[in-house]
Ligand binder design. Sequence first.
Ligand code: KG4
Ligand code: ZN
Length: 341
Amino acid sequence: MRVLGIETSCDETGVAVYEARRGLLAHRLYSQAQQHAEFGGVVPELASRDHIKRLAGLVNGTLDDAGLGKSDLSGVACTAGPGLIGALLAGLVFSGGLARALGVPLIGVHHMEAHLLAPLLEGDSPEFPYLALLVSGGHSLLVDVRGYGDYAILGESLDDAAGEAFDKGAKLLGLGYPGGPEIARLADEGEPGRFTLPTPMRGRRDLNFSFSGLKTALLYKVRDLTADKTLDETDRTSLALALETAIVESLLDRTARALDESGHGSLVVAGGVGANRRLRSRLKEMCGESGVSLYYPRAEYCTDNGAMIALTGCLRLAGGAPGPAAPDARPRWNINEVTPF
Ligand code: KG4
Ligand code: ZN
């Protein structure tokens, strides 16, 4: 069984082929980040148009890399949501046409389920049940993973997602888009303790996240500092460090509580923010101390990619749960609404 995976939910066009027996055979990614950078964030209409431009070339290239032809495919998987409606439609229309022409099923994949299952690309995933911390540009979730497709949301963001906090913070500091990697780069040069920002939700009894207050705290700090001068390099790097620390410590606090309450002995971390090195090392420390096994995919499978879509599509097809023949684009779609398999 070989499935072509297509990801177009935001500003990355990802294509991959996953085979049930041999695993990932090939994957390609085209990032539109540079096109959106001058606008400081993703422009939805530009994103959809560019996906349409890139898809055919990426699919042909990926199949070439894998040494396969289209007739070797048993299914086509495509992100059906959540994401930008136009970007999702671009992928679904393309994938639907291809699947129909080949006479194979089209599998509509939930983007966050694909992030959650991405550690399987490394052949490394815990046994059920386990806890997942999913942190991306659009979502921050703590999920109780009871089986394939069987997810309960334990906590979620009440406002901005963790990645959004990085992106908006970066904008305030005059950095480029996407902000996460930029903040992380600057933070490495920051002076510890020069600035501190409050850790959102620390000690709260629920398991939710909130990052919009942090953005405001940073805004005020920048305003104070720029009242009579411009930000110098040490200010900027140290503010980046304070922001990164506050986000990471908040994620850590919420995750520790969720591990405690659920009693799970394994934790999966995925999604774009899961690529953050400070987050990974702090989680490693925490899990080491509490005897929890930690799993995360390499950074390129944490951020958006086609490999996780091909993998999830292949698992769903093999598990007999490919979903409707013509999946709708679902810009809003909760992970606990997918069908178990
Ligand atoms: O999962 P993803 O690639 O796309 C969505 O599904 O949203 O996540 C993108 C988000 C962006 O907000 C980006 O700034 C953030 O992940 N990100 C990072 C890092 N790499 C990407 N945040 C912190 N540190 C990173 N190294
Ligand atoms: Zn994502």
